[in-house]
Design a protein around this ligand. Structure first.
Ligand SMILES: [Zn+2]
Length: 192
């Protein structure tokens, strides 16, 4: 049987963006699915929504919420197109699915930074705006360390310090998440 998806990344990308279908258009969703050449057009008896639901349930049942949020943050689009027609409209709006994953990871980063603090020391000062921006950066938003430091009125080295702790946490969780979902998708013959 030919697998439905070329890679775990293609499967997760398809699944987490499937609900956006009406906004980004069916053809975009088909492209996101990115089936290998010669693949069937889908699983027997399952439409695209069903396939997406299946991949999502595999994600939810095989990992913790931090790992799940890493996959959503990595694979969901950051913005959706907007056709409200208002003169002030930038023709795009935030994708709350992506935004919520970033928010959740920002709370997780706070916990990780606290755990990392050596007893008897102050550790690094918590700053929600920096946490959020650095997580968005890790997942592909264009954020410059120096610009962030300037905007938050702190030193570059404080931002760099936050960045190394946050990146360490995200790399670990994201790596685990990809291993877990790859195993599930392979077991279900959705990827090779
Ligand atoms: Zn609009």
């Amino acid at each position: 049987m030919t697998p439905l998806f070329k890679s775990a990344h293609a499967a997760v990308k398809f699944a987490v963006n499937c609900g956006n279908e009406s906004h980004i258009g069916r053809s975009t969703v088909s492209k996101l699915a990115d089936p290998p050449k010669g693949a069937d057009t889908g699983l027997v008896g399952l439409d695209g929504v069903g396939q997406a639901a299946m991949v999502l349930s595999m994600i939810r049942s095989s990992m913790d919420r931090r790992q799940e949020a890493c996959l959503v943050a990595r694979c969901s689009v950051h913005k959706l197109s907007c056709s409200c027609g208002a003169a002030c409209c930038s023709r795009s709006r935030p994708n709350w699915t992506w935004f919520e994953a970033i928010n959740f990871l920002s709370m997780e980063a706070k916990l990780a930074i606290e755990e990392d603090r050596k007893p008897g020391t102050r550790g690094i000062q918590d700053n929600p705006a920096i946490r959020q921006a650095l997580i968005a950066k890790y997942f592909g938003e264009r954020v410059r360390i120096s610009e962030l430091a300037k905007a938050c009125d702190i030193t570059d080295s404080t931002v760099t310090n936050h960045n190394s702790k946050i990146t360490k946490m995200l790399k670990k969780s994201e790596g685990e998440a990809w291993s877990l979902i790859e195993e599930r998708l392979r077991d279900a013959f959705l990827i090779f």
